[in-house]
Structures are given as C-alpha cells and as structure tokens.
Ligand binder design. Structure first.
Ligand code: OXD
Ligand code: MN
Length: 589
C-alpha cells in the first residue's frame, strides 16, 4: 500500500518485537470488512445480531476486568515529569519503553498484526492528522473502521511524509496488573497493552485525538478539546455553531443530538450534530475560530439511551453498529440495556455471558459502561457540514458540570480571559441524594482532566494565548451551564434534555447582542424574563432560584479551586490567579 520508508521501517521494528504470524493492511474496502466480520464470528470474537432488524450489526463482550478506561494506568511519558504536570501519571520514557517492550515481546505469536492507516478529520483536510494503528484485534479493526476514516486513501495523503502518529496495540491476556495506556507526546507514539476495551484500544480517540493532539495543538497553535459540536438552525435557516465541554456522564451526546421542544420545532428551529465528544479548533483565515469533529462515529454509552432520552442516538445504532457489553435478547438476537424501555427480555444473555430471565434478574443486564459504536452518517440529525474540511465557525463555547448548589442554570463570562478561568475552574459533583448532602467536588478543567497530554498549567496558558490570536470581534463568547441544580429536597429544578434548547437560545441571543443580562460577581446572568419558558411547567420562583447565586457556597468553591490550583505552583498563569482573586473579591463585596 505504500513505499513510505518511515512507515515500513517502523512496522518492521514493531513486527520484530511482537512476532505476528502475518501482517494484513486494512484498505478500507467493504469486502475486507465483511471478511473480517465473518472471521470474528467464526472464532466467537463477535456475535452476529439479527440482520433483518439490525443489518450489519454485531456484538462483542470484553473480559470482565476490562470494561472501562483505566486512568490510573494511563501515562504521559514526557522527558521530564514537569512537562506532564501534577495531574498526569508519568514515567521516564526510556524506562517505560523498556518495560513495555518486555510485555510486547512475541505477544502476537500465532496471531495477525493488522495495519490500520487512519485519518482523524476528513481525509486531506488541513485540520486532519494521520495515525497508523497496529493491532492484533479484529474487534479494534472493525471499530476503527466506524470511528475513523480508514484505508488506502489515507496512505495516499500521507505519501512519503514521516508525520503520522505511531499507535501500537496488543491485546495479550488482558492482565489488569500489566495493562498500560501510554502516550509519548514527543515521539507522536501511543502504546497500549493488555486491554480490549474501546477507550484503551481505539487509539484514534482519547489517546490521539485528545492527549497527543492537545500536545500537537499547543506546539502548532490550535486546540484539541473534549467538546461536542452542534449547529442550531433558526426559522430563517441560519445556523450558528456551539462547542460544549462536559465531564463524562453529564449528557454530552444527548445535548449534541437534542430535539427542540414542540413549540420551537413548530417555529422551525432545528439542531444539527457535528460531533458528540471531540472538537479540533483552529483559527481560520478570517480570524474566526473553526471546529472539526475528528471522528467518524459515536462511541456512546448505551444504558439510559432510549427513544425518549435520545431518539437520534438510538436511530444511529440501527445498522452497521457494534454493541459491546450490552445484553442480548436471545429470542430475536437484538440488544437490550437498562433504560432502553421497561421491557427487559425474558430470554436474555447478560453482559458477562450468562443466560438469565431478564424480567426477574437482579443484577444489571448490560454493563453500566456498555457501548454502541455507530457510524455518524446513520444519525438522522447529522450536520451537512460534518465532512466540511474547513470546519464550522464557532459562535459560543459552553462549559458545564453537575453542580447541586453552586452554578446557576447559565452565565456568561466577561471576556476570553475570564472564560478560560471559568473553564479552568470547572467541576462536577458525585451525588449523595439519599442523605441530601452535597456531593464531593471533582475538579475537571475544560473536562480534560483525564485527557490533557501535557502540563495542565501550560494548557491554561495555551488557551489564553489562543484568545490573543483570535480576532476579538469574532471570538466565541464563553458560557457556563448547569442542568443539574437541585432544590432543598434534592430534586432537579430544571427539566434538561430538549428543554436545554431554551438556554442555548439565550446563549446565541447574547452572542448576537440581542438579549439582556445582569452583571453579577461571577459574570453575566440572564434575566428570568429572557429565558423562554413557553409550554414549560416551571414557576417563576424556581426559575429565579435557578438563576441565583449563593455567595457562601461560591466562596467555598473558591477555596476549593484555590487548593486545586496550588498544585501547579508558579507554572499557573497569573491571569488565572488574578481571575480567582477578582472572583473572591466580588463575592465578598
Ligand atoms: C469518555 C468517553 O469517557 O467519551 O469521556 O468515552
Ligand atoms: Mn468523552
């Protein structure tokens, strides 16, 4: 497929270490994909689902000890510990390479090494980057074919260039004690061993598109962010784009595929999905910020996904989808998970593989982190700009988290620097609803805590730098939202889901200078009258309370943030420190 010397000598070196029986290049053709599906079914690696109800859909079960990303075994191996920063695991690169080489040695004996050339972002777009993943897992190949753009066309674009991310994955015996997910940012290299679970082995996603890409972005003047991208179309047919970052389990996929409330739908409002997890952001020739989704599919959490909660995501899983660790309905070989409907299959196989009566089974039929890998093109609301190599212009950036008491429904930062501070202080809480206690705060700057490929303090500095390069007239406005505010009884005050559109409309009105706001110690708050509550069962008092701030709660949060920032020492940009001091002073006024 290629004469690229760097590629060929790297593959030779990796093959000499892993000792596969054969090497197979993945060309991106349907024929090869179909043959691999058949082979995986013949060995039991995949199970064929009902091809009439779910055409092209397959099932895979991972090892019980291998069902999620493993943050404690994920490393950023920069030459010095300081470059990786205080919140990443670090090991000296030479030491880590030596350790892993011993694990990879002969790991593919009797197996096939697949070579997957892939593009993150539309093939050939100036936004895009190329990776090559070597893996001994057909499951990985089939997932990569959905999640990225794969094959000969990618090698054609790469040509003789040595610029690609070198990704190596060996499944080995999935020993959790010897599981490593390792990024070497300076070498554009990712080594993953002893896992077969998505986030650890689909190396284009978190490892490349966030960790390695965030490092490349810092050096090259762009950004890789844990953000959804959506387009909101108004009745005049104008579409404005919003990028939003939320920690896991805060509804990113749901917001990206939102269905507007009935009265807005009738007026002609629509939402289009560009991406549900990752955004690559670059400054365009006109000085505006543009976003591309580097992925080609959705690797979504299945439980909780239903026609009601996310019609579009569910629709996307109806063909050419891989289901991992959900339950199987043996009567018709379809899939089921908690929250799909209220009708668990009687004749089920639960995620670990036992046959059970789903109606009386006490445990979970699907693993809480069970997933679907669905092609983005299946999504009914996929944006017409999804493949646009130039990306979409970003009007607003939204940060958010789960905050029972602290953050109001929405507020706007005063300017870019303040917006960066708002992102840097992002946090989410674990809930303790039973006792009514406020949960434990986990700080998760820009939702990048598990994904930043270098020192988080330098990452804040990079955000600040980017703000200086974007045309100030055209810079996205930065907001913070909280769909999870609770009342005294621990009840959610805001309905969420499709109704979040009402908040997005205020955000876009602010971007266009059409809506008013109240200045407050934390930033600009909406007036209750400016949030459209047509057809919504919410009283004025609740709405006002959603838009209020409790200074004592905020001062506690300031103290928590101060403690968090202290770990970055002198490396923390002064601007962040200044903003924190300003906030504290405002709250004490
Ligand atoms: C995540 C994911 O864990 O997208 O954030 O899978
Ligand atoms: Mn994610």
């Amino acid at each position: 497929m290629t004469n690229n010397k760097t590629v060929l000598s790297w593959i030779d070196e990796m093959a000499a270490m892993c000792a596969p029986d054969k090497i197979v290049w993945i060309d991106g053709s349907d024929e090869q994909r179909d043959a691999l599906r058949a082979e995986a079914v013949s060995t039991g690696e995949m199970i064929k689902l009902n091809q009439e109800k779910l055409p092209g859909c397959y099932y895979h079960r991972t090892a019980e000890n291998d069902v999620a990303r493993v943050e404690d075994r994920t490393f950023i191996c920069t030459p010095t510990k300081e470059e990786a920063g205080p919140i990443n695991n670090w090991m000296d690169p030479a030491e880590m390479y030596a350790k892993l080489k011993a694990l990879y040695k002969d790991s593919m004996k009797g197996r096939t090494m697949y070579v997957i050339p892939y593009s993150m972002g539309p093939v050939g777009s100036p936004f895009s980057k190329i990776g090559i993943e070597l893996t001994d897992s057909i499951y990985v190949v089939l997932n990569m074919l959905i999640m990225t753009r794969v094959g000969t066309k990618v090698m054609d674009v790469l040509g003789d260039s040595p610029e690609f991310v070198k990704c190596l994955h060996a499944k080995k015996d999935v020993n959790p004690e010897e599981r490593y997910i390792v990024q070497f940012p300076q070498d554009s290299t990712i080594w993953s061993v002893n896992s077969g679970y998505g986030g650890n082995v689909l190396l284009g996603k978190k490892c490349f598109a966030l960790r390695i890409a965030s490092y490349l972005g810092k050096n090259e003047g762009w950004m890789a962010e844990h953000m959804l991208i959506l387009g909101l179309e108004n009745p005049k047919g104008e579409v404005k784009y919003i990028c939003a970052a939320f920690p896991s389990a805060c509804g990113k996929t749901n917001l990206a595929m939102l269905i507007p409330p009935k009265y807005l739908k009738e007026k002609g409002y629509k939402v289009w999905t560009v991406g549900d997890d990752i955004a690559w952001l670059r400054i365009g020739p006109d000085g505006r910020l543009y976003a591309v989704n580097p992925e080609a599919g959705f690797f979504g959490v299945a439980p909780g996904t239903s026609e009601k909660t996310n019609y579009n995501a569910l629709a996307a899983t109806k063909k050419n989808t891989i289901f991992t660790n959900v339950a199987i309905n043996n009567d018709d070989m379809t899939v089921w998970w908690e929250g799909l409907d209220k009708n668990p299959p009687e004749n089920a196989t639960e995620w670990k593989g036992s046959k059970v009566n789903g109606k009386t089974y006490e445990g979970k039929l699907a693993h809480p982190n069970s997933r679907f890998t669905a092609p983005a093109v299946n999504c009914p609301c996929i944006s017409s700009e999804f493949e646009n190599p130039a990306g979409v212009p970003v009007s607003a950036i939204v940060f958010g988290g789960r905050r029972a008491k602290c953050a109001p429904l929405v507020y706007q930062s005063r300017d870019w620097q303040h917006g960066v501070f708002v992102g840097a202080t992002m946090a989410s809480e674990t809930t303790a609803a039973a006792t009514g206690a406020v949960g434990v705060v986990r700080r998760d700057p820009m939702a990048m805590k598990p994904f930043v490929g270098y020192n988080m303090a330098d990452y804040f500095a990079h955000w600040l730098e980017m703000g200086k390069k974007i045309d100030p007239e055209k810079a996205p406005k930065i907001f913070h939202v909280n769909w999870f505010r609770q009342d005294e009884n621990g009840e959610f005050m805001w309905p969420g889901f499709g109704d979040n559109m009402r908040v997005l409309l205020w955000i876009l009105d602010r971007c266009e200078g059409k809506a008013d706001a109240v200045d407050s110690p934390i930033g600009y708050l909406p007036k209750a009258d400016d949030i459209d509550v047509t057809d919504l069962d919410i009283d004025r008092k609740t709405l006002e309370s959603l838009l209020s701030i409790d200074k004592d709660v905020w001062l506690e949060d300031v103290a928590n943030a101060k403690e968090y920032f202290a770990q970055f020492g002198d490396r923390l940009p002064v601007e962040i420190k200044e903003e924190l001091e300003k906030l504290e002073a405002n709250l004490k006024k």
